[in-house]
Ligand binder design. Structure first.
Ligand code: NAD
Length: 359
């Protein structure tokens, strides 16, 4: 019996969470869900979108699975997703992108794993509003130190990249490669322009690579990487990068394998792991029982593997592969046209996968 923190999230979160827990329970593995709500509604009722009880529950149970949570743009509370990663020091965001036969993938042979650093970079949350005391002080300091002018009406976000943060994410990527028989790690950066942040990321990547002579290492500049992923993704294996590039490249890679509906993820630290899909709360589809639960379900497969339930993980994964290949019981986003009247519902996909697992 596993006691797992379950965060249904908001938007389409609760409906996909329901589909996913039903499938995970159908494996025969016993789960005791510690349900913890967070997000928009909780903000209205409890004054914070991420109450301490949620963090305490994850600290106690060590493992959590969550639905997406809305982040208001520009105003309101800061991202719960980013706060969770920072509070629990979940420094590795692991996003596998594998094409399943039958999915509307651009290529059928993609098998990438993206390691996105989760705690630093422009996501560190060190920001100063235009005209604030902080931004004025930074503008003044920069002028004094470098004689470079920043316009007075600028908003400022700071991009910290440390040796410590880079070493542990690159090491996590190499460790993963070694454990999972992967051949190559590619470090992705823009070191030619940002010499002291991305330059450091590249230098530390090279140093860590020396500890793993059995695994090939190379680096790519981020813009070139994007083009290469679209043109020849089969050349790549494990990719490691800073937070912002990782955010963007994982959506790009999700597009290559058939969309966000198929892209799972895990946020992993030394002590805790939180599993969640790459996609967000898709608010316009809330309550319609329409969106694809497979991304969160595949995150559940990653969780089963993390718990050591390999056989159950394989069973869910092959049931998913077989439902996707048949192409009948899949949601609108996996049909040739999004208006296809034969598209399955969110709960219908779960029913089809459970039925396959019973065969
Ligand atoms: P989104 O991923 O929610 O949706 C973008 C579009 O992708 C949707 O309109 C839909 O067409 C498609 N899509 C997404 N998930 C799908 C699914 N499961 N099945 C089928 N189609 C799917 O991105 P967004 O609209 O930019 O963000 C909405 C909210 O989610 C924002 O508040 C954002 O901050 C938040 N968000 C949360 C997380 C998280 O919880 N980890 C991640 C990303 C975005």
């Amino acid at each position: 019996m596993y006691r797992i923190t379950l965060i249904p999230g908001d938007g389409v979160g609760p409906e996909i969470t329901d589909a996913v827990t039903r499938v995970l329970e159908a494996t025969g593995v016993f789960f005791d869900w510690d349900v913890q709500n967070a997000g928009e509604e909780v903000y209205k009722n409890e004054g914070t979108p991420l109450p301490d009880r949620v963090l305490e529950s994850i600290r106690k149970n060590k493992v959590a699975i969550k639905g997406p949570i809305t982040t208001p743009v520009g105003t309101g509370f800061r991202s719960v997703n980013v706060a969770l990663r920072q509070e629990l020091d979940l420094f590795s965001c692991v996003r596998p992108c594998k094409s399943y036969k039958g999915a509307r993938a651009i290529y059928e042979t993609i098998d990438l794993v993206i390691f996105r650093e989760n705690t630093e970079d422009l996501y560190a949350g060190i920001e100063y509003e235009k005209g604030s005391e902080g931004s004025r002080a930074i503008i003044e300091l920069v002028q004094k130190l470098s004689d470079r002018e920043i316009r007075q009406d600028s908003g400022i976000s700071i991009k910290p990249i440390s040796v410590f943060g880079t070493d542990r994410i690159v090491r996590a990527a190499f460790e993963y490669a070694r454990k999972n028989n992967r051949k190559k790690v590619t470090s992705v950066h823009k070191a030619n322009i940002m010499k002291f942040s991305d330059g450091l990321f590249l230098e530390v990547s090279r140093e860590v690579a020396r500890d793993y002579p059995d695994i090939e290492f190379e680096d790519r500049i981020i813009d070139n990487m994007c083009m290469q992923l679209v043109q020849k993704p089969e050349l790549y294996d494990v990719l490691v990068m800073e937070n912002l590039y990782g955010d963007i490249v994982s959506d790009l890679a999700a597009g290559l394998i058939g969309g966000l509906g198929m892209a799972p993820g895990a946020n992993i630290g030394k002590e805790y792991a939180v599993f969640e899909a790459t996609h967000g709360s898709a608010p316009k589809y809330k309550g319609l029982n329409k969106v694809n639960p497979l991304a969160m379900m595949l995150s559940g497969v990653m969780m089963l593997r993390h718990l050591g339930e390999t056989e159950a993980a394989e069973r869910v994964d092959s049931a998913i592969a077989s439902v996707v290949k048949e192409g009948k019981d899949v949601t609108y986003d996996m049909k040739p046209s999004p208006d296809d009247p034969s598209a399955a519902t969110t709960s219908g996909v779960a029913d089809a996968i459970i039925a396959k697992m019973k065969k």
